[in-house]
Design a protein around this ligand. Structure first.
Ligand SMILES: CC(C)(COP(=O)(O)OP(=O)(O)OC[C@H]1O[C@@H](n2cnc3c(N)ncnc32)[C@H](O)[C@@H]1OP(=O)(O)O)[C@@H](O)C(=O)NCCC(=O)NCCS
Length: 216
């Protein structure tokens, strides 16, 4: 679906509300309420906002709840060591009471000589799963990434889930071992952005990208 005024894809089909242009994000300011259709409830309202330092430990606690213990031992975390998650793309979703319902983070990485974003972790609180919130966080953050000029996004995850957002297996892109190559997926945010991009995925060493940090 596309916004007639500016050709930007919208989430009206998912949310029932018009989309606010992603470029309008500013750190710490909730920018939109979205109505998410649910199977269990008629609807739920969530506020999406860029993650701030004040959110940091709540987001960590949500990830600890949603992932197996020792998540930080995964090889993908070596790409995150000493590199902050990207500010403005890393989002929180809170319910009307302000309770954290979901969160998504992104890191900059290199793939061979190219720049890319590594999506994840993304998690939704177990009591909120299946309401469309994971999809909302993913779709919206990809819109923000596109608006900010990022051309390609990758992740390690289940194609049956991420395929619905357009992620496909990336041939020739090698995550640090041990990683099942079938779980290395990517999406192009610009035409042919993954064409000819192969090689090892390595930690970001370029000019620092503004990031979210734990509170001092
Ligand atoms: C994965 C996760 C973020 C999805 O969030 P969510 O809000 O429940 O997702 P949505 O409501 O947008 O989508 C739900 C749909 O995705 C499907 N789905 C969820 N996880 C899936 C998976 N790993 N593989 C295939 N399908 C999956 C559900 O079955 C449901 O399908 P339906 O639409 O046909 O009913 C959430 O389940 C979660 O936090 N899981 C634990 C942490 C995790 O595994 N994160 C991803 C790491 S790769």
């Amino acid at each position: 679906m596309a916004d007639a005024a500016n050709g930007v894809p919208t989430h009206r089909d998912l949310t029932g509300l018009p989309r606010t242009p992603a470029a309008g994000l500013s750190p710490g300011r909730p920018y939109e309420l979205r109505r998410v259709r649910t199977k269990r409830r008629k609807s739920a309202l969530f506020t999406l906002a860029p993650e701030t330092p004040a959110d940091w430990w709540e987001v960590e606690a949500l990830y600890d709840l949603c992932f197996a213990p020792g998540r930080e031992a995964l090889s993908s975390y070596r790409l995150r060591d000493d590199v902050p998650p990207v500010e403005g793309l890393s989002l929180t979703a809170r319910d009307p009471e302000g309770i954290l319902a979901g969160a998504i983070r992104f890191w900059p990485v290199h793939v061979g000589d190219a720049d890319a974003l590594l999506l994840g972790p993304v998690a939704v609180h177990p009591t909120r799963q299946g309401e469309g919130l994971g999809g909302l966080l993913i779709r919206h953050s990809l819109d923000v990434a596109r608006d900010r000029g990022w051309a390609r996004v990758m992740l390690v995850g289940d194609e049956p889930y991420y395929g619905r957002f357009g992620f496909r297996r990336l041939d020739g892109v090698r995550m640090p071992p041990p990683t099942n190559p079938d779980r290395v997926l990517g999406i192009a945010l610009a035409p042919d952005a993954w064409k000819g991009v192969t090689g090892p995925v390595t930690r970001w060493t370029d000019t620092p990208v503004p990031g979210v940090a734990p509170p001092a």
